[in-house]
Ligand binder design. Structure first.
Ligand code: ASP
Length: 358
């Protein structure tokens, strides 16, 4: 029976390939966007008090970083990539950018260390993976993806996460890889030790100035995607909060708080004061409001961010199953960007977009 199916498949394959290549529709599909050809992506690089006096050059670097990440996401989605792949690849770029508090450029703990968190979730089946307190993994988001696909668990912590990493092919680095001088200065300021003179021959990137006054918890990155097959996925990656105490876990590695995705509702990534996002199960709560009341994504996000959290706590980015994009925050600014199949493309920090194409 099996041989019979194989023979039939082999005989039909050339016809199938010919039909696919001949199809004049490859362009037709782009011209007439069907429901399923729709895609949407939103991403953030952290929320908080971002000074409007931000040095022009620094502002440009943030905008370029967000633009580069968004452009990659759009290119992948245009080429039919899956939501989960887009989330992982876009976050990897942001993790490599020392401006953001994820991967290289992560904030320092109370003990001058780096403890990184990440999570990823698949809206198709509510499967997910997460890691917290990792110290040697260059791209924590990829380790979270391995947890999702290669284990029967959802969250690995600290030493256990490192041991799980040993079983995967993820790239490892010496913890000093994550060091940037500006994060060290932030830590010293938070500890009231600003007078300490750093004996570090940091390169230029390592010495980038701060973006704002409360940058102690700013710069977490997150991505939410609806792909052309109608699937949703979200992911978040962070170094957590400057000066955090040993073993502190924020919302970013917690499905339901920092990250959530459900094909029936939306995909969300949060950023801000992690403890508050955990308390209010922010990402799940937005999805639940949509599911139980029929509210749209922006309406649901507004209820939670502006109705439940305290002013200044942070915000979320998200996309819904219909392609609606939300970027809702209650802090003075949020590094963010979004695009969709209709041609919308924007990068913003404060209220008004800095780059905008319709
Ligand atoms: N939510 C993150 C945390 O509390 C920090 C942030 O988003 O900036 O770990």
């Amino acid at each position: 029976m099996k041989t019979c199916y194989t023979l039939i498949t082999l005989c039909l394959l050339p016809f199938a390939l010919l039909t696919a290549c001949d199809r004049p529709g490859e362009t037709t599909m782009n011209e007439n966007q069907t429901e399923q050809a729709r895609y949407a992506i939103a991403l953030h690089g952290g929320a908080g008090v971002i000074s409007r006096d931000l040095d022009e050059e620094v502002r440009r670097q943030y905008v370029d970083g967000l633009d580069e990440a968004l452009a990659l996401g759009v290119e992948m989605l245009e080429n039919g990539a899956e939501a989960l792949d887009v989330v992982e690849q876009v976050i990897r770029i942001l993790e490599d950018n020392p401006l953001f508090n994820a991967g290289r450029g992560a904030v320092m703990t109370n003990e001058e260390k780096f403890e990184l968190d990440a999570s990823i979730m698949d809206g198709r089946d509510l499967s997910g993976g997460a890691v917290t307190g990792v110290t040697t993994v260059r791209h924590p988001i990829s380790l979270a993806r391995h947890v999702k696909s290669g284990s029967r668990h959802i969250l690995f912590a600290a030493e256990g996460a490192e041991r799980f990493a040993d079983e995967t092919g993820v790239e490892r680095v010496d913890p000093s890889y994550f060091y940037t001088e500006r994060r060290h200065r932030q830590l010293l300021r938070a500890q009231g030790r600003d007078e300490v003179i750093l004996d570090h021959s940091g390169d230029e990137e390592s010495m980038l100035p701060d973006a704002g006054a409360d940058s102690d918890k700013m710069g977490t990155v997150g991505v939410a995607v609806l792909d052309r097959n109608g699937n949703l996925a979200a992911g978040t990656s962070t170094g957590g909060m400057t000066n955090k105490r040993f073993g502190r876990v924020g919302d970013s590695p917690l499905l339901g708080a920092g990250t959530y995705a459900n094909n029936e509702t939306c995909a969300i990534s949060s950023t801000g004061t992690g403890e508050e996002f955990i308390r209010h199960a922010v990402a799940f709560q937005i999805s639940a409001i949509m599911e139980y009341t029929g509210a749209g994504l922006n309406e649901a996000a507004d209820q939670v961010i502006n109705g439940k959290l305290r002013e200044g706590d942070g915000g979320i980015i998200g996309v819904s199953h219909t392609g609606e994009i939300a970027m809702v925050f209650n802090s003075p600014g949020m590094f963010r960007a979004a695009a969709d199949a209709s041609g919308r493309y924007e990068v913003s920090i404060w209220d008004e977009p800095i780059i905008m194409r319709e």
